[in-house]
Design a protein around this ligand. Structure first.
Ligand SMILES: [Zn+2]
Length: 276
């Protein structure tokens, strides 16, 4: 039977002479594996849609739990991504993270909308790449059911002094309350406040704040370390992003080049766009 849906291509792999096997996050069927026959052939009608980070209206033929892409019309191109290696490589990391948490054949509209919004903001180029990356990692953990509990020190039950995030437990602790050998990420007032904001903001507002150094670096390190610890694996695309972004953070960071205030400032007037 034929299915009409929209889907974001998370991954492609060459298949036979002229085809591809795609991993697609769809609106209606969650994560699925799709055969894109002839997608590498010149003049193929599905070639444009069968690219990583393309979001398209798709017609799929489903037979015996196998999906074949028969028609596709790209609807959101994230144009700012294709010309910028740093942003594109970060988008590829987002795609690998989405693939890691998405379930096969289980629709998750929240996850798809979140991924599209993040890619839109990444391509738009108005926000710090490091901030988008960190918010994506932490918010993805929230959506996937791995939100850390940041309410108080898990050991002494007081407001955490010299706060740290315990990466395995996903809880807050004072530096002095930590047990020997526990993996942790150091925090501070600004980075802790930023994490709290990301975990509690409505979906379209999660990226709408600014954070200055050194809180931004602590926030970024903690979010990455936490996501990797919780997912329990490495990401090839993250390693590639780090290679290509070395020394480019200042030029691709845009908004953070001219800090105007210390710590967290929620920009209420700076609304996110909804990629849907
Ligand atoms: Zn404590």
């Amino acid at each position: 039977m034929y299915i009409n849906t929209t889907g974001l291509v998370l991954r492609e792999a060459p298949y036979r002479e002229s085809s591809k096997i795609l991993t697609v996050l769809t609106a209606t069927h969650g994560k699925i594996t799709v055969s894109a026959r002839g997608a590498r052939r010149r003049g193929s009608r599905i070639a444009a849609a069968a690219q990583p980070l393309m979001y398209s209206e798709m017609t799929l033929y489903n037979q015996r739990d196998r999906y074949t892409l028969t028609e596709a019309q790209p609807v959101e191109l994230f144009p700012g991504l294709t010309g910028d290696l740093v942003r594109f490589s970060l988008g590829a990391y987002f795609a690998e993270l989405l693939e890691a948490v998405a379930y096969e054949d289980v629709p998750n509209p929240e996850l798809l909308a979140f991924g599209l919004n993040a890619l839109y903001l990444l391509g738009e180029g108005q926000r710090s790449v490091r901030l988008i990356k960190a918010v994506f990692e932490l918010r993805l953990m929230l959506i996937s059911g791995y939100a850390p509990n940041l309410s108080a020190c898990v050991r002494c039950r007081q407001a955490a002094r010299e706060p740290i995030l315990l990466l395995e437990e996903g809880t807050l602790s004072c530096l002095r309350c930590k047990r020997a050998g526990e993996p942790y990420a150091p925090l501070c007032e600004g980075s802790l406040e930023a994490m709290g904001f990301v975990l509690s903001a409505p979906p379209r507002r999660a990226f709408s704040f600014r954070l200055e150094e050194p809180a931004l670096s602590r926030f970024a390190s903690a979010c990455e370390a936490y996501a990797l610890q919780q997912l329990g694996r490495r990401f090839r695309t993250l390693e590639y992003y780090k290679q290509v972004s070395q020394g480019e953070e200042k030029t691709s960071d845009g908004i953070d080049k001219n800090p105007t205030s210390d710590g967290l400032s929620n920009k209420k007037g700076n609304l996110d766009h909804d990629a849907l």
